[in-house]
Design a protein around this ligand. Sequence first.
Ligand code: UD1
Ligand code: MG
Length: 434
Amino acid sequence: MHNLSIVILAAGKGSRMKSPIAKVLHNICGRPMLYYSIKAAKEISDDIIVVVAHQKEKVISRINELFQEITFVVQDAETFPGTGGAMMGIKPKYDSVLVLNGDMPLVTPESLQGFVGRDADITMSVLDLEDPSGYGRVVISDLGVERIIEEKDASNEEKLIKHVNAGVYSFKRSVLEKHLPHLSNNNAQAEYYLTDIIWMAKSGGLHIEPLFVKEEQFKGVNSKSDLAASEVIMQNRIKEYWMQEGVVMQLPETIYIDEAVEFKGECIVENGVRITGKCLIENSHIKAHSIVEESVIINSDAGPLSHIRPQTHMENTHIGNFVEVKKSTLKGVKAGHLSYIGDAEINEGTNMGAGVITCNYDGKKKHKTIIGKNVFIGSDTQIVAPCTIDDDVMIAAGTTVTAKYVESGVLVLSRTPVKYIKNFFYNFFNLEKK
Ligand code: UD1
Ligand code: MG
Protein backbone atom coordinates (compact mmCIF):
# COMPACT_ATOMS: atom_id res chain seq x y z
CA MET A 1 0.00 0.00 0.00
CA HIS A 2 1.23 3.49 -0.83
CA ASN A 3 0.31 6.91 0.49
CA LEU A 4 -1.64 7.50 -2.64
CA SER A 5 -5.27 8.33 -3.40
CA ILE A 6 -6.79 6.86 -6.55
CA VAL A 7 -9.66 8.57 -8.36
CA ILE A 8 -11.52 6.56 -10.99
CA LEU A 9 -13.68 8.56 -13.40
CA ALA A 10 -16.88 6.67 -14.11
CA ALA A 11 -19.51 9.38 -14.53
CA GLY A 12 -19.61 9.69 -18.31
CA LYS A 13 -22.49 8.61 -20.57
CA GLY A 14 -20.32 6.67 -23.00
CA SER A 15 -22.48 7.73 -25.96
CA ARG A 16 -20.17 5.99 -28.43
CA MET A 17 -21.26 2.65 -26.93
CA LYS A 18 -24.77 3.36 -28.36
CA SER A 19 -26.34 1.56 -25.43
CA PRO A 20 -28.89 2.15 -22.66
CA ILE A 21 -26.37 0.57 -20.27
CA ALA A 22 -23.78 2.90 -18.68
CA LYS A 23 -20.41 2.33 -20.35
CA VAL A 24 -18.56 1.33 -17.17
CA LEU A 25 -21.20 -1.36 -16.47
CA HIS A 26 -20.63 -3.17 -19.75
CA ASN A 27 -19.30 -6.63 -18.99
CA ILE A 28 -15.89 -7.99 -19.78
CA CYS A 29 -15.51 -11.68 -18.90
CA GLY A 30 -18.60 -11.49 -16.71
CA ARG A 31 -17.64 -8.42 -14.67
CA PRO A 32 -18.50 -4.76 -15.29
CA MET A 33 -15.46 -3.09 -16.84
CA LEU A 34 -15.18 -0.76 -13.85
CA TYR A 35 -14.54 -3.79 -11.62
CA TYR A 36 -11.10 -4.31 -13.11
CA SER A 37 -9.66 -0.82 -12.53
CA ILE A 38 -11.05 -0.79 -8.98
CA LYS A 39 -9.54 -4.23 -8.34
CA ALA A 40 -6.11 -3.07 -9.58
CA ALA A 41 -6.41 0.19 -7.62
CA LYS A 42 -7.27 -1.59 -4.38
CA GLU A 43 -4.01 -3.51 -4.53
CA ILE A 44 -1.93 -0.35 -4.28
CA SER A 45 -4.09 2.12 -2.33
CA ASP A 46 -6.54 2.29 0.56
CA ASP A 47 -8.20 5.50 -0.65
CA ILE A 48 -10.29 4.73 -3.73
CA ILE A 49 -12.70 7.38 -4.96
CA VAL A 50 -15.08 6.57 -7.80
CA VAL A 51 -16.77 9.52 -9.51
CA VAL A 52 -20.29 8.76 -10.75
CA ALA A 53 -23.20 10.67 -12.33
CA HIS A 54 -24.82 8.95 -15.32
CA GLN A 55 -26.95 6.02 -13.94
CA LYS A 56 -25.26 6.59 -10.60
CA GLU A 57 -27.62 4.37 -8.58
CA LYS A 58 -26.96 1.39 -10.84
CA VAL A 59 -23.21 1.95 -10.88
CA ILE A 60 -23.00 2.37 -7.10
CA SER A 61 -25.13 -0.68 -6.33
CA ARG A 62 -23.27 -2.92 -8.77
CA ILE A 63 -19.87 -1.86 -7.40
CA ASN A 64 -21.04 -2.20 -3.79
CA GLU A 65 -21.93 -5.84 -4.57
CA LEU A 66 -18.33 -6.42 -5.58
CA PHE A 67 -16.21 -4.25 -3.25
CA GLN A 68 -16.19 -2.68 0.17
CA GLU A 69 -14.76 0.64 1.28
CA ILE A 70 -15.16 2.54 -1.97
CA THR A 71 -15.91 6.25 -1.70
CA PHE A 72 -18.36 7.50 -4.30
CA VAL A 73 -18.47 11.14 -5.33
CA VAL A 74 -21.31 12.41 -7.49
CA GLN A 75 -20.25 14.74 -10.28
CA ASP A 76 -22.44 17.75 -11.11
CA ALA A 77 -22.37 16.72 -14.75
CA GLU A 78 -25.08 19.22 -15.76
CA THR A 79 -23.05 22.26 -14.72
CA PHE A 80 -19.56 20.82 -15.04
CA PRO A 81 -19.53 18.06 -17.68
CA GLY A 82 -16.29 16.39 -18.73
CA THR A 83 -13.36 14.68 -17.06
CA GLY A 84 -12.26 17.97 -15.46
CA GLY A 85 -15.75 18.47 -14.05
CA ALA A 86 -15.56 14.94 -12.65
CA MET A 87 -12.53 15.91 -10.55
CA MET A 88 -14.04 19.03 -9.03
CA GLY A 89 -15.78 17.51 -5.99
CA ILE A 90 -13.13 15.05 -4.85
CA LYS A 91 -11.32 15.16 -1.53
CA PRO A 92 -8.32 12.85 -1.70
CA LYS A 93 -6.77 11.71 1.56
CA TYR A 94 -3.13 11.75 0.36
CA ASP A 95 -0.83 14.31 -1.28
CA SER A 96 -0.37 12.10 -4.35
CA VAL A 97 -3.40 11.46 -6.51
CA LEU A 98 -3.54 8.87 -9.27
CA VAL A 99 -6.40 9.45 -11.73
CA LEU A 100 -7.73 6.63 -13.90
CA ASN A 101 -10.45 6.66 -16.49
CA GLY A 102 -13.11 4.07 -15.62
CA ASP A 103 -13.08 2.78 -19.19
CA MET A 104 -9.64 1.17 -18.91
CA PRO A 105 -10.32 -2.39 -17.74
CA LEU A 106 -6.93 -3.75 -18.74
CA VAL A 107 -4.80 -1.87 -16.20
CA THR A 108 -2.97 -4.11 -13.75
CA PRO A 109 -1.48 -3.28 -10.32
CA GLU A 110 2.01 -3.77 -11.83
CA SER A 111 1.30 -1.36 -14.68
CA LEU A 112 0.07 1.28 -12.20
CA GLN A 113 3.15 0.89 -9.99
CA GLY A 114 5.11 2.95 -12.51
CA PHE A 115 3.09 6.04 -11.54
CA VAL A 116 3.83 5.69 -7.84
CA GLY A 117 6.53 7.68 -6.06
CA ARG A 118 7.39 9.96 -8.99
CA ASP A 119 9.09 13.30 -8.40
CA ALA A 120 7.36 15.15 -11.24
CA ASP A 121 4.40 17.44 -10.46
CA ILE A 122 2.44 15.46 -13.01
CA THR A 123 3.27 12.11 -14.59
CA MET A 124 0.97 11.10 -17.41
CA SER A 125 0.54 7.94 -19.45
CA VAL A 126 1.44 8.08 -23.12
CA LEU A 127 0.76 5.42 -25.74
CA ASP A 128 2.43 5.32 -29.13
CA LEU A 129 -0.19 4.17 -31.60
CA GLU A 130 -0.09 3.53 -35.33
CA ASP A 131 -3.75 4.50 -35.39
CA PRO A 132 -4.20 7.23 -32.75
CA SER A 133 -7.86 7.93 -33.62
CA GLY A 134 -10.25 8.35 -30.72
CA TYR A 135 -7.59 9.50 -28.24
CA GLY A 136 -6.28 12.91 -27.14
CA ARG A 137 -2.95 13.71 -28.85
CA VAL A 138 0.04 14.54 -26.65
CA VAL A 139 2.53 17.23 -27.66
CA ILE A 140 5.93 16.31 -26.21
CA SER A 141 9.09 18.45 -26.45
CA ASP A 142 12.57 18.08 -24.96
CA LEU A 143 11.15 19.73 -21.86
CA GLY A 144 8.53 17.05 -21.32
CA VAL A 145 4.80 17.12 -22.07
CA GLU A 146 3.52 20.47 -23.36
CA ARG A 147 -0.20 19.87 -23.78
CA ILE A 148 -2.93 17.44 -24.77
CA ILE A 149 -5.23 18.19 -27.68
CA GLU A 150 -8.53 16.34 -27.73
CA GLU A 151 -9.32 14.72 -31.07
CA LYS A 152 -12.41 16.86 -31.59
CA ASP A 153 -10.32 20.02 -31.13
CA ALA A 154 -7.32 18.87 -33.16
CA SER A 155 -6.32 20.29 -36.56
CA ASN A 156 -5.61 17.83 -39.38
CA GLU A 157 -1.92 18.25 -38.72
CA GLU A 158 -2.29 17.64 -34.96
CA LYS A 159 -4.32 14.51 -35.70
CA LEU A 160 -1.18 12.98 -37.22
CA ILE A 161 0.53 12.94 -33.80
CA LYS A 162 0.96 9.35 -32.68
CA HIS A 163 1.63 10.00 -29.00
CA VAL A 164 -1.75 9.70 -27.31
CA ASN A 165 -3.03 10.22 -23.79
CA ALA A 166 -3.90 6.83 -22.30
CA GLY A 167 -5.91 8.43 -19.49
CA VAL A 168 -3.84 7.75 -16.35
CA TYR A 169 -2.15 10.62 -14.52
CA SER A 170 -0.46 11.04 -11.20
CA PHE A 171 -0.80 14.55 -9.77
CA LYS A 172 0.46 16.28 -6.72
CA ARG A 173 -2.77 17.16 -4.91
CA SER A 174 -1.69 20.83 -4.76
CA VAL A 175 -1.54 20.94 -8.58
CA LEU A 176 -5.14 19.79 -8.83
CA GLU A 177 -6.29 22.20 -6.13
CA LYS A 178 -4.62 25.08 -7.91
CA HIS A 179 -5.79 24.44 -11.47
CA LEU A 180 -9.17 22.67 -11.30
CA PRO A 181 -11.07 25.90 -10.41
CA HIS A 182 -9.66 27.58 -13.53
CA LEU A 183 -10.68 25.01 -16.14
CA SER A 184 -12.98 26.34 -18.86
CA ASN A 185 -15.30 24.59 -21.27
CA ASN A 186 -14.28 26.63 -24.25
CA ASN A 187 -13.79 23.69 -26.64
CA ALA A 188 -15.51 21.60 -29.29
CA GLN A 189 -17.44 19.53 -26.72
CA ALA A 190 -18.19 22.39 -24.30
CA GLU A 191 -16.77 20.18 -21.54
CA TYR A 192 -14.31 20.78 -18.72
CA TYR A 193 -11.29 18.75 -19.79
CA LEU A 194 -8.98 17.35 -17.13
CA THR A 195 -6.39 17.26 -19.88
CA ASP A 196 -6.26 21.10 -19.93
CA ILE A 197 -4.48 20.97 -16.59
CA ILE A 198 -1.40 19.83 -18.51
CA TRP A 199 -0.86 23.08 -20.43
CA MET A 200 -1.97 25.15 -17.44
CA ALA A 201 0.60 23.49 -15.19
CA LYS A 202 3.22 23.76 -17.93
CA SER A 203 2.61 27.52 -18.30
CA GLY A 204 2.99 27.80 -14.53
CA GLY A 205 6.50 26.33 -14.88
CA LEU A 206 5.75 22.81 -13.67
CA HIS A 207 7.33 19.70 -15.13
CA ILE A 208 5.11 17.09 -16.72
CA GLU A 209 6.73 13.76 -17.28
CA PRO A 210 5.48 11.34 -19.94
CA LEU A 211 5.39 7.69 -18.93
CA PHE A 212 5.22 5.47 -22.00
CA VAL A 213 2.85 2.56 -21.47
CA LYS A 214 1.53 -0.42 -23.45
CA GLU A 215 -1.84 -0.72 -25.16
CA GLU A 216 -2.16 -4.24 -23.73
CA GLN A 217 -2.75 -2.60 -20.30
CA PHE A 218 -3.88 0.93 -21.13
CA LYS A 219 -6.34 0.53 -23.96
CA GLY A 220 -9.50 2.58 -23.50
CA VAL A 221 -12.97 1.23 -24.28
CA ASN A 222 -15.19 3.67 -26.15
CA SER A 223 -17.16 1.43 -28.52
CA LYS A 224 -18.54 -2.08 -28.71
CA SER A 225 -15.62 -2.98 -30.91
CA ASP A 226 -13.14 -1.77 -28.24
CA LEU A 227 -15.16 -3.82 -25.75
CA ALA A 228 -14.71 -6.99 -27.80
CA ALA A 229 -10.99 -6.32 -28.33
CA SER A 230 -10.41 -5.75 -24.60
CA GLU A 231 -12.34 -8.90 -23.77
CA VAL A 232 -10.01 -10.94 -25.97
CA ILE A 233 -7.00 -9.60 -24.03
CA MET A 234 -8.71 -10.27 -20.68
CA GLN A 235 -9.72 -13.80 -21.78
CA ASN A 236 -6.13 -14.59 -22.67
CA ARG A 237 -4.99 -13.40 -19.24
CA ILE A 238 -7.59 -15.52 -17.46
CA LYS A 239 -6.82 -18.67 -19.45
CA GLU A 240 -3.06 -18.16 -19.17
CA TYR A 241 -3.46 -17.83 -15.39
CA TRP A 242 -5.40 -21.09 -15.09
CA MET A 243 -3.07 -22.99 -17.39
CA GLN A 244 -0.19 -21.85 -15.20
CA GLU A 245 -2.20 -23.18 -12.25
CA GLY A 246 -2.34 -26.59 -13.95
CA VAL A 247 -5.61 -26.66 -15.93
CA VAL A 248 -5.38 -28.48 -19.27
CA MET A 249 -7.00 -26.49 -22.10
CA GLN A 250 -7.36 -27.84 -25.60
CA LEU A 251 -7.32 -25.13 -28.29
CA PRO A 252 -7.53 -22.42 -25.61
CA GLU A 253 -8.34 -19.74 -28.19
CA THR A 254 -11.78 -21.38 -28.59
CA ILE A 255 -12.53 -21.47 -24.84
CA TYR A 256 -14.34 -18.70 -22.91
CA ILE A 257 -13.91 -18.44 -19.13
CA ASP A 258 -15.34 -15.74 -16.88
CA GLU A 259 -13.26 -13.94 -14.28
CA ALA A 260 -15.33 -15.47 -11.46
CA VAL A 261 -14.60 -19.09 -12.43
CA GLU A 262 -12.32 -21.09 -10.15
CA PHE A 263 -10.55 -24.37 -10.86
CA LYS A 264 -9.09 -26.80 -8.36
CA GLY A 265 -7.15 -30.02 -8.79
CA GLU A 266 -6.69 -31.70 -12.15
CA CYS A 267 -9.15 -30.29 -14.67
CA ILE A 268 -9.43 -30.64 -18.44
CA VAL A 269 -11.35 -28.13 -20.53
CA GLU A 270 -11.84 -29.13 -24.15
CA ASN A 271 -12.23 -26.84 -27.14
CA GLY A 272 -15.32 -24.66 -27.58
CA VAL A 273 -16.29 -24.71 -23.89
CA ARG A 274 -17.89 -21.65 -22.28
CA ILE A 275 -17.85 -21.34 -18.47
CA THR A 276 -19.56 -18.28 -17.00
CA GLY A 277 -20.51 -16.78 -13.63
CA LYS A 278 -19.28 -17.95 -10.27
CA CYS A 279 -18.25 -21.56 -10.85
CA LEU A 280 -16.06 -24.07 -9.11
CA ILE A 281 -14.66 -26.83 -11.32
CA GLU A 282 -12.67 -29.37 -9.34
CA ASN A 283 -10.98 -32.53 -10.65
CA SER A 284 -13.38 -32.54 -13.56
CA HIS A 285 -13.43 -32.85 -17.32
CA ILE A 286 -15.56 -30.45 -19.35
CA LYS A 287 -15.84 -31.86 -22.83
CA ALA A 288 -16.05 -30.05 -26.15
CA HIS A 289 -18.70 -27.40 -26.78
CA SER A 290 -20.31 -27.58 -23.35
CA ILE A 291 -21.68 -24.54 -21.53
CA VAL A 292 -21.41 -24.27 -17.75
CA GLU A 293 -23.07 -21.39 -15.90
CA GLU A 294 -22.79 -20.55 -12.17
CA SER A 295 -22.33 -24.14 -11.05
CA VAL A 296 -20.16 -26.41 -8.94
CA ILE A 297 -18.71 -29.48 -10.67
CA ILE A 298 -16.57 -31.84 -8.58
CA ASN A 299 -15.04 -35.17 -9.67
CA SER A 300 -17.34 -35.24 -12.66
CA ASP A 301 -17.42 -35.01 -16.41
CA ALA A 302 -19.83 -33.17 -18.66
CA GLY A 303 -20.34 -33.17 -22.42
CA PRO A 304 -19.54 -33.05 -25.20
CA LEU A 305 -22.34 -30.56 -25.97
CA SER A 306 -23.92 -30.43 -22.53
CA HIS A 307 -25.54 -27.42 -20.90
CA ILE A 308 -25.03 -27.06 -17.16
CA ARG A 309 -27.22 -24.13 -16.11
CA PRO A 310 -27.09 -22.01 -12.92
CA GLN A 311 -27.26 -23.46 -9.43
CA THR A 312 -26.28 -26.94 -10.44
CA HIS A 313 -24.11 -28.85 -8.01
CA MET A 314 -22.72 -32.13 -9.23
CA GLU A 315 -20.29 -34.54 -7.69
CA ASN A 316 -19.03 -37.91 -8.96
CA THR A 317 -21.44 -37.53 -11.84
CA HIS A 318 -21.34 -38.26 -15.56
CA ILE A 319 -23.30 -36.00 -17.87
CA GLY A 320 -23.21 -36.87 -21.54
CA ASN A 321 -24.11 -35.21 -24.80
CA PHE A 322 -27.25 -33.10 -25.25
CA VAL A 323 -28.05 -33.16 -21.54
CA GLU A 324 -29.34 -29.97 -19.94
CA VAL A 325 -29.15 -29.63 -16.16
CA LYS A 326 -30.62 -26.71 -14.22
CA LYS A 327 -30.72 -25.90 -10.49
CA SER A 328 -30.14 -29.50 -9.54
CA THR A 329 -27.98 -31.44 -7.11
CA LEU A 330 -26.57 -34.61 -8.61
CA LYS A 331 -24.43 -36.95 -6.54
CA GLY A 332 -23.04 -40.06 -8.19
CA VAL A 333 -25.49 -39.90 -11.11
CA LYS A 334 -25.18 -40.99 -14.75
CA ALA A 335 -27.18 -39.19 -17.42
CA GLY A 336 -25.45 -39.99 -20.67
CA HIS A 337 -27.76 -38.79 -23.42
CA LEU A 338 -30.44 -36.29 -24.41
CA SER A 339 -32.03 -35.45 -21.05
CA TYR A 340 -33.46 -32.48 -19.21
CA ILE A 341 -32.88 -32.41 -15.46
CA GLY A 342 -34.33 -29.35 -13.75
CA ASP A 343 -35.05 -28.54 -10.07
CA ALA A 344 -33.98 -32.04 -9.13
CA GLU A 345 -32.06 -33.79 -6.41
CA ILE A 346 -30.68 -37.16 -7.48
CA ASN A 347 -28.51 -39.56 -5.52
CA GLU A 348 -25.75 -42.18 -5.83
CA GLY A 349 -26.00 -44.99 -8.29
CA THR A 350 -28.98 -43.61 -10.15
CA ASN A 351 -28.86 -44.08 -13.91
CA MET A 352 -30.93 -41.98 -16.26
CA GLY A 353 -31.49 -43.53 -19.70
CA ALA A 354 -31.52 -41.58 -22.93
CA GLY A 355 -34.20 -38.94 -23.15
CA VAL A 356 -35.30 -38.84 -19.50
CA ILE A 357 -37.11 -35.61 -18.74
CA THR A 358 -38.03 -34.05 -15.41
CA CYS A 359 -41.25 -32.18 -16.17
CA ASN A 360 -40.63 -29.41 -13.65
CA TYR A 361 -43.02 -26.73 -14.91
CA ASP A 362 -46.80 -26.97 -14.83
CA GLY A 363 -47.39 -23.74 -16.71
CA LYS A 364 -47.58 -21.71 -13.49
CA LYS A 365 -44.93 -22.97 -11.09
CA LYS A 366 -41.71 -24.92 -10.97
CA HIS A 367 -41.73 -28.15 -8.92
CA LYS A 368 -39.04 -30.41 -7.51
CA THR A 369 -38.09 -33.94 -8.40
CA ILE A 370 -36.28 -35.94 -5.73
CA ILE A 371 -34.77 -39.27 -6.69
CA GLY A 372 -33.01 -41.59 -4.26
CA LYS A 373 -30.10 -43.98 -4.69
CA ASN A 374 -29.79 -46.80 -7.23
CA VAL A 375 -32.83 -45.86 -9.25
CA PHE A 376 -32.78 -47.23 -12.79
CA ILE A 377 -34.72 -44.97 -15.12
CA GLY A 378 -35.43 -46.35 -18.59
CA SER A 379 -35.10 -44.30 -21.74
CA ASP A 380 -37.75 -41.77 -22.69
CA THR A 381 -39.22 -41.55 -19.20
CA GLN A 382 -40.97 -38.40 -18.06
CA ILE A 383 -41.17 -37.67 -14.37
CA VAL A 384 -43.93 -35.16 -13.67
CA ALA A 385 -42.91 -33.00 -10.70
CA PRO A 386 -43.48 -32.69 -7.82
CA CYS A 387 -42.32 -36.26 -7.41
CA THR A 388 -40.26 -38.14 -4.86
CA ILE A 389 -38.83 -41.52 -5.80
CA ASP A 390 -37.22 -43.57 -3.04
CA ASP A 391 -34.06 -45.68 -3.33
CA ASP A 392 -33.95 -48.92 -5.37
CA VAL A 393 -36.71 -48.25 -7.89
CA MET A 394 -36.90 -49.30 -11.55
CA ILE A 395 -38.79 -47.34 -14.15
CA ALA A 396 -39.46 -48.98 -17.48
CA ALA A 397 -38.62 -47.24 -20.75
CA GLY A 398 -41.31 -44.93 -22.03
CA THR A 399 -43.07 -44.46 -18.69
CA THR A 400 -44.71 -41.24 -17.58
CA VAL A 401 -44.46 -41.12 -13.80
CA THR A 402 -47.32 -39.04 -12.42
CA ALA A 403 -47.30 -40.27 -8.82
CA LYS A 404 -46.18 -37.81 -6.15
CA TYR A 405 -44.33 -40.61 -4.36
CA VAL A 406 -42.82 -43.94 -5.40
CA GLU A 407 -41.65 -46.28 -2.63
CA SER A 408 -38.50 -48.40 -2.58
CA GLY A 409 -38.38 -51.64 -4.51
CA VAL A 410 -41.14 -50.80 -6.99
CA LEU A 411 -41.13 -51.24 -10.79
CA VAL A 412 -42.99 -48.37 -12.45
CA LEU A 413 -44.25 -49.26 -15.89
CA SER A 414 -46.81 -47.73 -18.21
CA ARG A 415 -47.48 -49.51 -21.47
CA THR A 416 -50.30 -49.49 -23.99
CA PRO A 417 -50.74 -52.87 -25.69
CA VAL A 418 -48.73 -53.01 -28.90
CA LYS A 419 -50.26 -54.36 -32.12
CA TYR A 420 -48.24 -56.24 -34.76
CA ILE A 421 -50.25 -56.20 -38.01
CA LYS A 422 -48.94 -58.69 -40.52
CA ASN A 423 -48.00 -57.57 -44.05
CA PHE A 424 -49.24 -54.05 -43.43
CA PHE A 425 -46.16 -52.54 -45.12
CA TYR A 426 -46.63 -54.48 -48.37
CA ASN A 427 -50.34 -53.79 -48.51
CA PHE A 428 -49.89 -50.09 -47.84
CA PHE A 429 -47.37 -49.64 -50.67
CA ASN A 430 -49.05 -52.18 -52.96
CA LEU A 431 -45.91 -54.29 -53.03
CA GLU A 432 -45.56 -57.98 -53.63
CA LYS A 433 -45.29 -59.91 -50.41
CA LYS A 434 -41.91 -61.56 -49.74
C1 UD1 B 1 -10.24 10.84 -22.46
C2 UD1 B 1 -9.19 11.95 -22.53
C3 UD1 B 1 -8.30 11.69 -23.76
C4 UD1 B 1 -7.67 10.31 -23.64
C5 UD1 B 1 -8.72 9.22 -23.43
C6 UD1 B 1 -8.03 7.93 -23.05
C7 UD1 B 1 -10.24 13.95 -21.61
C8 UD1 B 1 -10.82 15.26 -21.90
N1 UD1 B 1 -9.83 13.23 -22.66
O1 UD1 B 1 -10.99 10.93 -23.63
O2 UD1 B 1 -7.29 12.67 -23.83
O3 UD1 B 1 -6.92 10.04 -24.82
O4 UD1 B 1 -9.60 9.57 -22.34
O5 UD1 B 1 -8.94 6.87 -23.01
O6 UD1 B 1 -10.09 13.59 -20.45
N2 UD1 B 1 -16.11 10.79 -17.37
C9 UD1 B 1 -16.62 11.32 -16.21
N3 UD1 B 1 -17.36 12.46 -16.30
C10 UD1 B 1 -17.59 13.10 -17.47
C11 UD1 B 1 -17.04 12.55 -18.65
C12 UD1 B 1 -16.29 11.39 -18.57
O7 UD1 B 1 -16.45 10.78 -15.14
O8 UD1 B 1 -18.27 14.14 -17.46
C13 UD1 B 1 -15.38 9.52 -17.27
C14 UD1 B 1 -15.99 8.45 -18.17
O9 UD1 B 1 -16.94 7.70 -17.46
C15 UD1 B 1 -14.78 7.63 -18.59
C16 UD1 B 1 -13.62 8.62 -18.46
O10 UD1 B 1 -14.08 9.70 -17.71
O11 UD1 B 1 -14.56 6.54 -17.74
C17 UD1 B 1 -13.14 9.08 -19.83
O12 UD1 B 1 -14.23 9.65 -20.53
P1 UD1 B 1 -14.40 9.45 -22.09
O13 UD1 B 1 -15.60 10.18 -22.50
O14 UD1 B 1 -14.26 8.05 -22.48
O15 UD1 B 1 -13.12 10.27 -22.58
P2 UD1 B 1 -12.34 10.08 -23.91
O16 UD1 B 1 -13.04 10.79 -25.01
O17 UD1 B 1 -12.02 8.67 -24.12
MG1 MG C 1 -12.60 6.96 -23.16
